[in-house]
Design a protein around this ligand. Structure first.
Ligand SMILES: Cc1cc2nc3c(=O)[nH]c(=O)nc-3n(C[C@H](O)[C@H](O)[C@H](O)COP(=O)(O)OP(=O)(O)OC[C@H]3O[C@@H](n4cnc5c(N)ncnc54)[C@H](O)[C@@H]3O)c2cc1C
Length: 384
């Protein structure tokens, strides 16, 4: 049977698309294919409350079975799509089945990068799925020293959680400060202070040359300059790649994600949303791919609107948050390295403040630390 809408990827982007289709009155047949066997779940807690043990796995479920049933959509979970024939409007699954569609929504997210040669190494982790989080947690409970490679948002969260679990944590990154690429120097300075104060050993401006192992078990990290960092668990948070391998040869344009126009259309009848999608921003051409939850939701809502008709042009201010220790950091817009960043509210000493980033005299981003209301007000005032 042909589905009027086929969604590949049963996580927040795909689920939001389906829910919005139904809330907008779409009556056609909907089918969702997801490689994971779980009901759709939320990833942000995997590096925070699930990793720390504060939440059990059931807390991250986005909807329960009854709520999914009410969507009147067929969920094929534990099924991986392996090929798209865009001309024939058909997706082939790993088990050989072919699913025909009227419209296709691609929401396949990301696959974490690993260091070369670490695939079979025990004690070396990435963190993307519930299984990753549960496995890493079990190992952290038995470990003493953990090295986190990559001090982006995810690496900082893992470092904070592991430190709160009582481990000796070393955070390693080639940039001068944590979250350097996401929030630049001024916020990086504060993050360095936060992690150092909580007892994380920061090795910034430091490259990793490889992992050390003993009979297949990780024992440490080899860093630039010839040093080593002992570790009985290593977490590689060194970025991810869009999960598009199965789309090679499909005719879609793949360039650090599925390239889409400003309405999320990748080709006739094919849309892409969330971490895997790279939408045009409508002014400067293809924009950057965004890897955050809010973006996956907003694009899912928009694409469902596009499919059901009558949707305005897409516009949104990029947003992400991160929780580290008792600090919630919220970022709207962008804080490029070369922006001028100044404090506009609160004090850095109190760890309750808002900073504004400007470039060429124009506001481009705001960041708040433990200042939910103030950062939202600043976003509205400066970024629209
Ligand atoms: C540990 C962690 C912590 C995070 N914390 C934050 C945070 O604090 N704040 C924030 O804003 N964002 C955070 N994020 C990012 C946020 O979770 C993502 O932006 C969001 O999950 C993107 O949703 P998505 O639906 O695009 O993709 P995903 O959630 O990655 O889902 C993609 C789904 O597609 C499936 N899939 C892939 N290929 C196929 C295939 N061929 N066939 C079928 N199914 C397939 C995958 O198995 C997966 O289930 C975090 C992410 C992680 C991993």
């Amino acid at each position: 049977m042909t589905a009027d809408v086929l969604v590949v990827g049963a996580s927040v982007g795909g689920l939001t698309t389906v829910e919005t289709l139904r809330s907008r009155g779409f009556r056609g047949t909907v089918r969702v294919v997801g490689a994971e066997t779980h009901l759709p779940y939320d990833r942000p807690p995997l590096s925070k409350k699930v990793l720390s043990g504060a939440w059990g796995e059931e807390r991250v479920r986005l909807r329960d079975r009854r709520e999914l049933d009410r969507l009147d959509a067929e969920f094929l979970l534990g099924c991986r799509a392996v090929r798209l024939d865009a001309e024939a409007h058909a997706v082939v699954l790993e088990d050989g089945r072919t699913l025909d569609y009227g419209r296709l929504v691609l929401a396949t997210g990301l696959t974490p990068r690993t260091l070369p040669g670490t695939g079979a190494l025990r004690g070396a982790w990435v963190l993307r799925t519930l299984e990753d989080s549960a496995g890493l947690r079990a190992q952290l409970l038995a470990a003493r020293d953990v090295a986190v490679i990559g001090a982006g948002v995810l690496g900082c969260e893992v470092a904070a959680t592991a430190r709160e679990m009582g481990l000796n944590v070393t955070l390693i990154d080639p940039n001068p400060a944590p979250m350097w690429r996401q929030t630049g120097a001024a916020v990086g300075r504060e993050l360095s202070g936060l992690h150092a104060e909580r007892g994380v050993r920061l090795l910034m401006d430091t490259r990793v040359n490889g992992l050390l192992d003993d009979h297949g078990w990780v024992t440490g990290v080899r860093v630039g300059g010839g040093g080593t960092v002992p570790a009985d668990a290593v977490v590689m948070t060194i970025g991810s790649v869009p999960t598009t391998d199965w789309l090679v040869g499909s005719g879609l344009v793949l360039d650090d994600g599925i390239v889409c126009d400003e309405r999320g259309r990748a080709s006739a009848g094919v849309h892409a949303v969330g971490d895997v999608a790279r939408w045009s921003d409508g002014r400067t051409g293809v924009g950057p791919r965004l890897e955050n939850r809010a973006n996956a939701v907003q694009q899912g809502v928009f694409v469902a609107g596009d499919i059901t008709g009558g949707q305005d042009a897409y516009w949104s201010v990029p947003y992400f948050w991160t929780d580290q220790y008792d600090v919630r950091i919220q970022v709207f817009g962008a804080l490029p390295e070369d922006a001028d960043v100044r404090l506009i509210e609160g004090t850095v000493e109190s760890r309750k403040f808002v900073m504004l980033a400007e470039k060429d005299g124009r506001a481009v981003g705001v960041v708040g630390w433990n200042s939910a209301k103030a950062v939202m007000a600043a976003k509205n005032a400066y970024l629209g």
